[in-house]
Design a protein around this ligand. Structure first.
Ligand code: PGA
Length: 252
């Protein structure tokens, strides 16, 4: 049995005070949600304050990105995985489509970031997903395969236990066009097959594959009925504590 993960990605929203207020509001609303793991990813500048406020709760904190470099050094502007760990993060998001699209991040970079995160004791939420043109060109599976295989290059079976995959079709992010539960299921099952080829059916079976892209309180339950959908990575709808709590409590 895979324990679902509901993760919220706050992107470049919220100053420290607002981040803390949202975290404080969220904490009691999800305190009884034992059916899933809950993670929120505030901007870097709010991580410490939010992690402090969530200490001892069932809400974990994630960085939205980390450096490809795992050792301290002259890397202006970079935030190391150990620095995320140091301020209380348990997870880090790697390879988000906005990083790939706007900051030209490659699968090789996602791979280096993943390795750096694992080396520093973080769990990784590796994002993959095709663009609309790639889907229309019938290349969705080959693109996603490349992102999964590229992102996980060199990872051992033990490492895989700390990997969560987030399937986020680019055409569904922030657009209001959610993938249908069937579309999500199809790609999630494909991702699991790719993992089974690379590792084993047993190990692939244990990996949580989240769906992301316009997840809202009114579509989460439908997505969660699908066998290979093990949770969600939520952007816009995670910014408000009550809305995000409704998504977390999709089974209530
Ligand atoms: P969205 O974003 O829920 O606002 O579509 C999802 C994401 O980018 O992770």
């Amino acid at each position: 049995m895979r324990k679902p993960v509901i993760a919220g990605n706050w992107k470049m929203y919220k100053l420290v005070a607002e981040s803390v207020a949202t975290a404080i509001a969220l904490r009691p609303l999800v305190a009884n949600a034992n059916h899933c793991e809950i993670v929120i990813a505030p901007p870097f500048t709010s991580l410490k304050a939010v992690a402090d406020r969530l200490e001892g709760s069932n809400v974990g904190v994630a960085g939205q990105d980390c450096s490809t470099e795992s050792k301290h050094g002259a890397h202006t502007g970079e935030v190391g995985a150990d620095m995320l760990k140091d301020v209380g993060c348990s997870h880090v998001i790697v390879g988000h489509s906005e990083r790939r699209q706007y900051y030209f991040e490659s699968d090789a970079m996602a791979n280096q970031k993943t390795l750096a995160a694992l080396e520093n004791g973080l769990s990784v939420i590796l994002c993959v997903g095709e663009t609309l043109a790639q889907r229309e060109g019938r290349n969705a599976e080959s693109v996603v395969r490349g992102q999964v295989e590229g992102g996980l290059r060199g990872l051992t079976s033990t490492d895989l236990a700390r990997i969560i995959i987030a399937y986020e079709p680019v055409w569904a992010i922030g657009t209001g066009h959610t993938a249908s539960p069937e579309q999500a299921q199809e790609m999630h099952a494909f991702i699991r097959r790719v993992l089974a080829e690379r590792y084993s059916a047993e190990l692939a079976d244990a990996v949580r594959v989240l769906y992301g892209g316009s997840v809202k309180p009114d579509n989460i339950a439908g997505l969660m009925t699908k066998e290979d959908v093990d949770g969600a990575l939520v952007g816009g709808a995670s910014l408000d504590a009550e809305t995000f709590a409704q998504i977390v409590n999709y089974n209530a």
